[in-house]
Write a protein that binds this ligand. Sequence first.
Ligand code: SAH
Ligand code: SF4
Length: 352
Amino acid sequence: MIDLYSLSPDDLDALLRGWGEPRFRADQLRTWLYDQRVTSFAQMTNLPKALRARLTDETTLGTLRVAAEQRSADGTLKRVYELSDGQLVESVLMPYADDRRTACISSQAGCAMGCTFCATGQMGFARHLSTTEIFEQAAMFATELAERGERLSNIVFMGMGEPLHNYDHVIAAVRRLNTDLGIGARRITVSTVGLVPQIRRLAGEGVQLTLAISLHAANDAARGGFMPVNRKWPLAELLAAVRDYQAATRRRVTFEWALIAGQNDTEAQAHELAALLRGLICHVNLIPLNPTQGYDGTPTDPEQAARFVAVLERAGIPATVRVRRGIDIDAGCGQLKSEVLRRRREGGAQPA
Ligand code: SAH
Ligand code: SF4
């Protein structure tokens, strides 16, 4: 079977011409796939019947299979996809009250970075996702939204994996999200643990995406305790790379900070963060910790979070405490994947 989603425009043209089709056929098919977002060949009415039959017999649209899904009371949809080799990854679709529809997608099966508080980090690294496997997570949501007259508007690389560790495939996927789904780079956020050489490379890439840096602590001793990567790329080098990135791209940078009670949520730590970020055009996203099995920290309470925000705002740094979407379904951590694994072990690997 040929996966049509994995073909570039030239590859698709070569395939159809090899089947004896005229030059304009590939454009017609691409219009159905990417503009109309139609997934049934039967609906592609301007293609000859024989071609539709051959496409049905010999091609597929993507390789992801839905292994489980949960819908939250706030409309958040969380999915586990099984990849062709059995690996599992999570994607989340978050609808907002305005027309924004944001997909949170994965870049790797597992993650090699080992952040202590993160469910994916606790699982370890399995493999990089291909460009198509990354793209397809968003394409699936885009198609389903199109069927009810809605549009996928934003993408965040905040699912499983460290996107800049899988640099080439992630950048290729960003370009396809842009050309094939019409999602502008400015509406795509790549969140990184802080891989300095890749941040520097990204600065020269010429894509206008939003860079988010997972900080979580403002001194090396504390950050190294949560995030092993800090021992390789300490804060001074990370912040220097971010400042250069900003100088090159003129883009506002986001910093992420998981608020963990008693660990990184004091007003003194907020002052330390404000000093670290001085002079940067940035925004700080504060996310109360999502508790995971392998880490015994707890989330900061709302009053303390408000005190932390107030310190940052007095220092002129915009900060928001992010509403945790899909809180009733544990969106954003690996628990749905764990559930699928448990069912597999018990021999009943049926989709939810
Ligand atoms: N690997 C990338 C992107 C995926 S994680 C990165 O680390 O940036 C997306 C965000 O979720 C990161 O900011 C990460 O630090 C944060 N995160 C991971 N586990 C979390 C948890 N248990 N509670 C709150 N935030 C968490
Ligand atoms: Fe990997 Fe990001 Fe989790 Fe760290 S927080 S282990 S980089 S997915």
